[in-house]
Design a protein. Structure first.
Length: 189
């Protein structure tokens, strides 16, 4: 008589009982659970990256530009031993709503209709727009801003005319620019 399993009924597979078979099933379950866990983690990372790309609007300034400063507190002690403190905050100026900004687009590219098309986009975005006009030909698009409208101009560059230069309004302003415009966009070639 042999110690191992014997085929029954004409060659059926051996019966798998005992500690070796239990360990094999346990290892298979652990491997399956581990693979499932890794897949769930990978999916969570992919979804997180996609959501960050969709939700994150970016930072218009350089990283670490300290545009948002926290409260500064100073404490002084008088000769009598009393202590006084004062605190002040330097908060960044908020970007004005589009409806409070007047924008004019000037065509310096020589291509017909480009200033009108951008003016229409700005109008749909809620900006107050002035009549689009032609101006002297320029190379590259420049967004000029009046004092105090630099953040608003940067927002327009980020959303509508990426890749353009951002500059303070020159003196004299671009040809055919309306003096009531807070921001003048000159579309170039």
């Amino acid at each position: 008589m042999s110690d191992g399993p014997t085929p029954r009924g004409g060659g059926s597979p051996p019966r798998r009982d005992g500690p070796d078979h239990e360990r094999s099933g346990y290892m298979q379950a652990v491997t399956t659970r581990g693979a499932r866990g890794a897949i769930v983690i990978a999916l969570a990372v992919v979804v997180g990256v996609v959501l960050l790309q969709v939700v994150d609007k970016g930072n218009t300034g350089a990283v670490g530009d300290q545009s948002a400063r926290s409260a500064a507190t100073s404490t002084s002690t008088t000769a009598a031993g009393s202590t006084s403190s004062s605190s002040g905050t330097t908060a960044p100026a908020a970007v004005r709503p589009a409806g409070q900004i007047t924008v004019q687009v000037l065509n310096g590219s020589g291509k017909s209709g480009v200033a009108s098309a951008l003016t229409q986009q700005l109008k749909q975005g809620g900006y107050n727009t002035l009549t689009a006009k032609d101006t002297a030909r320029v190379t590259g698009t420049v967004v000029y801003y009046q004092p105090g409208f630099d953040r608003e101009a940067a927002a327009i560059v980020t959303t509508l005319v990426s890749g353009s230069q951002l500059k303070p309004m020159p003196t004299p302003p671009p040809q055919n620019a309306d003096s009531s415009a807070n921001i003048v966009i000159v579309i170039g070639t």
